[in-house]
Design a protein around this ligand. Structure first.
Ligand code: SF4
Length: 207
């Protein structure tokens, strides 16, 4: 059973006697026993507790930026890092001002930080907009930069797919995504999921 297609949701009701066949909550119990142990770590537990507080307190009232501020305050974070794409520098600037206004120290790193040329990564000319001499994105450099500044929390603003993966993999601080880049949908990838036109056009899914 795929959770995404399940209509029973016995896990949510805390009644696994009603679980469908091949329910992971039943079949993979050892996995979830292991996961439960992870919450014994104070930092993981605190993040979960703070997430619960923000979810309930701001439910249907606070936009994500407000949630981010309340979450970071309650966690006691002082220095926030922003890893942003050059295409969203204006958004990163506004976010920097908002966070500074809320008394955070903000460190920002643009995707082209460190001037990494695409040829250094063996990216061929056909996968560039000009030649492999051009400067590409340096998400590992962004992460290393923010790591060196000992940020308490990093915020991703519009990194490209793949670059976001490499950033998350190398960021020492816990990382949250504020803006997911989608050049076609004004950074709202869920638009494709909500739109029957997109679903039909790209994936031939009809409902
Ligand atoms: S864990 Fe089991 S009950 Fe819950 S959504 Fe997945 S399949 Fe359904």
């Amino acid at each position: 059973m795929q959770c995404s297609k399940c209509t029973i949701l016995a896990c949510q009701e805390n009644d696994l006697k009603k679980a469908p066949n091949r329910c992971p909550s039943v079949d993979d119990q050892t996995v979830f026993d292991e996961a439960r142990k992870e919450y014994e770590k104070p930092d993981i537990r605190r993040i979960s507790q703070t997430a619960a507080h923000v979810e309930v307190t701001g439910y249907m009232k606070w936009p994500r930026v407000k949630e981010l501020i309340v979450f970071a305050n309650k966690m006691g974070y002082k220095r926030l890092g922003i890893a942003f794409c050059i295409g969203l520098q204006a958004e990163a600037k506004v976010l920097t001002k908002i966070l500074e206004k809320n008394n955070f120290e903000v460190v920002t790193g643009i995707c082209t930080i460190g001037t990494l040329q695409k040829k250094e990564l063996d990216i061929p000319d056909e996968d560039t907009f000009s030649t492999a001499e051009e400067v590409g994105c340096n998400p590992v450099g962004q992460a290393y930069f923010l790591n060196s500044k000992e940020t308490d929390l990093n915020i991703v603003v519009g990194l490209c797919i793949g670059h976001d993966i490499n950033f998350n993999k190398h960021s020492k601080a816990p990382t949250t995504i504020l803006i997911v880049k989608d050049r076609v949908t004004t950074h709202n990838p869920a638009a494709v999921i909500y739109s029957r036109y997109y679903k039909q056009k790209y994936f031939e899914i009809k409902e």
